[in-house]
Design a protein around this ligand. Structure first.
Ligand SMILES: [Zn+2]
Ligand SMILES: [Zn+2]
Length: 197
């Protein structure tokens, strides 16, 4: 059978311009914009999105690369900082463990270790061994350990203090354990600060 007429192209329904939102008559099924200006605008928008995405990806890659070159020592230091921040949050409402300076004091607060990291490395992340302390006590009076002990016995009991003063097995943390603890304390600090706000 011979076709006598060309297939009639169905007129496309009007649609909304993706740029300005106006209704327009598309010239093809691919048309997205009502005008050249709107089409260019769409291209610019797509480029901006692509650039933002590339920047985001670059930031993530930089962060990952920085994490990769960190040594165990760096992670341990960061864990100590996270743990100390957690101690300060935990004791936010309490006075200095040594001199009793009230929590309302506006100076610098530290997390002071009863057994120093040097004298008992195994106790460096023991929550019983670290308490909020004012900077003058921690750094100028070497922790003011005599008064620290008096108040520590009141706070955690003599048995716990004697446990801290006793011998300790060496603390051997694997890198995954260090990372896990760091993430835990950081998350806890975020949660506590949010709750306090
Ligand atoms: Zn338009
Ligand atoms: Zn103090």
């Amino acid at each position: 059978m011979i076709r006598t007429s060309l297939p009639v192209k169905k007129a496309l329904k009007p649609r909304r311009c993706r740029s300005c939102g106006n209704s327009f008559q598309p010239i093809s099924s691919m048309s997205k914009a009502c005008s050249v200006n709107c089409a260019l605008d769409l291209v610019r928008q797509a480029n901006a999105r692509k650039e933002a995405k590339a920047k985001r990806e670059e930031r993530v890659a930089t962060r990952v690369a920085k994490e990769k070159v960190k040594t165990r020592g760096t992670h341990l230091k960061e864990l100590q900082a996270a743990f100390n921040a957690w101690i300060r949050c935990r004791d936010a409402g309490l006075p200095c463990i040594s001199c009793g300076r009230p929590a309302s004091w506006q100076g610098q607060w530290d997390a002071g270790h009863y057994r120093s990291v040097g004298s008992s490395p195994a106790s460096r992340f023991d929550p019983a061994n670290a308490h909020k302390q004012c900077l003058p006590c921690n750094r100028h009076l070497s922790g003011d350990l005599v008064r620290y002990r008096v108040n520590l016995v009141k706070k955690i009991g003599l048995a716990e203090v004697e446990r801290l003063e006793g011998p300790h097995l060496p603390l051997k943390l694997t890198l995954p354990e260090i990372l896990e603890m760091k993430a835990f304390y950081r998350a806890e600090v975020r949660r506590m600060k949010k709750e306090a706000a």
